[in-house]
Structures are given as structure tokens and as C-alpha cells.
Design a protein around this ligand. Sequence first.
Ligand code: MN
Length: 228
Amino acid sequence: MSAKIILIIAASIALISSICVSSSDPGLLQDFCVANFNSTVVVNGYPCKDPLLVTSDDFFFSGIDQPRSTDNQLGSNITVVGVERIPGLNTMGLIISRIDYAPGGLNPPHYHPRSSEVFTVVEGNLFVGFITTNSDMGNTLYAKKLQKGDVFVFPQGLIHFQFNIGGKRAVATAAFGSQSPGLMTVTNALFGSIPPVPAVILAKAFQLNTTTIEWLQQQNWVQNFNYN
Ligand code: MN
């Protein structure tokens, strides 16, 4: 193999590596950067609190074991344990969440633009799945029935869901490799945006008439998560 080809391969690997690295949160430049919520400085994430004022409680949260209300039309509730609840998570590139499901409860199809998700069932039985991007083969659904102790991965940017099939309440945790994975719920985004997407566009996309689309746009697309 000529030196030129080796150089091209090496440069390609370096380029791919740099692309992979840039798909996660920026690296730490210090031991920690506890979020300063009072700063008026606008940066990527939150500015750092004075290290001399940092306490152990800045890295602490209690109560993830507490059941949350699932009294909404989806029958699910996502409790995000992120930087808003643990200021010491700022710049760490991590968050977790607790998800409660009523019997028949659904965490509706959604995706996270900035992180993959490691999902663990703590209690109950769930049917979960994700759908791949468009390809010549179409969109593939990877789905599985999960029980207590099972772990499943939802790849970054792919639409996924969890549905409680157990007939009793279910609980799961989700861990993310970003401080801010982002949450895009498909129904809310398409039918509940402000201002609305013109009905003619959605009617064409969904192969429905505009009356049906306008009915969908009038529904109350609830959010089932909380950060605080
Ligand atoms: Mn998710």
C-alpha cells in the first residue's frame, strides 16, 4: 500500500473520529462547573458558580424513589433529574430521569436530538421500541417487551416510545449522555406547534383531509415531563 493511500486512510479515520467526538457535549476544563442560575451571562449551558461557594448539596438530589402522578391523558410522567435539580451536573454531559406509567400509560413517540438513551425498567412490564431513519428498506421498528431489570438502548435522534402492557403501574429510569438531550414529541411538534403548521401541509404529509388535521390541531397535546 502506498504512503499516499495510508495517509488518506489515516486522515479519513481522524475526520470520522472528530465527527464522533463532536456529537457529545464539550469536555470539562476543570473539576466541576456548578451551575450559577443567577448569572445574566448567556453561554452554552450555565456559567460556573464561585467554587468557594460550592457545597456537597450542589451534587445531590433525593427523592427519585418517590412515585409521581400519572394523572394526565397519556398516563405517564417524566421526572428529569438534570442540571435544574442537581446544579453540579452542569458541563458533565449527563442527566437521568425517572418515568412513571399508569396501567396502559404511554410515553409517546419522541426523540432526543443530542443524545442516545439507556433505559432501565425498575418495575412493571413495558413494550418499547425505536424506528430507524428512512432507507431503501423503509423504516425498521426494533421493539421488545421488557420486564423489571431489563435494559434497552434508544439510539440518538431516533423516534422511540414506551407503553405499559403490565396491567399495573410501571417505573423506569433513563440515562443520557448529554446535559441537554432535547425532547421532541412527534405529535406535539407536528399538531401542537405555535403558530400551527398550515393544515394543507400536514394533510398532504399524512394523506388526510384538512378537516381531520384541523381537528388534530385543536386537541390538547399535553407535555408529560417536568424539569423542576
Ligand atoms: Mn426518550
